[in-house]
Structures are given as C-alpha cells and as structure tokens.
Design a protein around this ligand. Sequence first.
Ligand SMILES: [Zn+2]
Length: 237
Amino acid sequence: MALRHDQGIVLRSYPFGEADRVVVLLSPNQGKVRAVAKGVRKTKSRFGGRLEPFSHVDLVLYEGRNLDTITQVEVIEAFPHLRQDLDRVLAAGAMVEVLDVVAQEEEASHRAFLLLQRSLRTLEEGPPHRDLVTAFLLKAADVVGVGPALAECAGCGATGGLHRFSFAAGGVLCDRCRTPGAVALRDGLTGYLAALAAAPIDALPEEDPSLSDDALGVSRRFLEYHLDRRLGAAVRA
Ligand SMILES: [Zn+2]
C-alpha cells in the first residue's frame, strides 16, 4: 500500500461510519480531495482540531481503493483570528461552499486554491471589506471560465451605456443589445462590479454601502445561473 503527500484547505467534513469523518479539501494539484480521518469523533483524536474547515494542512495519506486515509496532519496555516469573529467565519463559510461546488475531483486547481488562500488571509488580517464575498464570487466565476462581462457589453463590446445585466448573455448589456430578461442595474453598479472583479482580493476598491446589496445579489444570481444550483444562506448574508 502506498503513502502519498498532499496539501489542501479543508472545505468541510462529514461523519463516516461510527467514529470517522470524511474530510473534503481543496488541493492545488488534485482539486477536490476526499479522505478519511479515522477516529476523529472520539474525544481523544490524534488529529485534534487540525482538520477544521479553513485550515491549510499538509497531509500524509495512505492510498485506499475508494478513499485515502489520513495518517498524518500538519497545519500550514490555521487562520486563528478569522475564527474568532462570526462575520468573518460566515464570509469564509460562503467561500468554501462556493469552491466545494465548483471544484472538480482529480483536476488541478491552482487558481481556485490561490483565490481561497488569499481570501482567507485577507479575512485573517482584519475586518473584511464589506463586499469581499461579492468580489470572491466574481473571481470564482472567472476561475471556472464563466466570469461575467462587466467592463464592456456582452453583446457588442460597447463600453458605454451599460445599464442592464443578463445572466444568460453572461454580463452587462448596452441599451442597444438589451434583452427582455435583462435586469436594470442602478447607477454606478456596473462600474462597481467591474472594479470588484478586477481588483486583487486584498486590495478591493473603496466600499460603496449603497451598492453592496445589489452587487451581491447580481453576483450570486449570476453564479447560481451558471452553476445551475442555489448557493446557501452564507452567500445571502
Ligand atoms: Zn451592446
């Protein structure tokens, strides 16, 4: 039986059998990885709290026929400050939920991994930008190849008069290209979304609280449309 090394950020875990858990991780090289942590539901587990969601861990795995078994865990980054603040835990929860949906098994996902790692570090450093999750959703869409057109019309490429958003057309539309199903965006929202999508996750543009709710709503619905799946409560906050 072979041992192998891997690393990843814990997305979630779920009970498995009497005393074990399956841990779901995002690995930069392997995409979504599922592995069994034996005995973690006993009070004295040798893994302690090292396999909590958001932890970046280094693993030694014993290869199994269906699921690999975790034999050693070392924490690379634990994000302790993030965990002390409910708002930040909710934001991180929304992020891991999205990547749990979009990441594929056995498919390298360096960009998705780096996006999550940078986002968690940003949350670790202090109270987050109020639109961090929105920016994360836009960047996650881009990582999986469905990033919305925001700086120019998804229909004709025009850069002015972008007042509508079409989930089906893949982004903003000018007045000439507008389709019946396209939603109207309030003044300033197109530019704000474009700025959130373009900026590094740890250097987002100045907050505009008047646009936050709409920005999250459009971004979430866009991603849900393209994933063909509803995202949970954390992405609605
Ligand atoms: Zn157009």
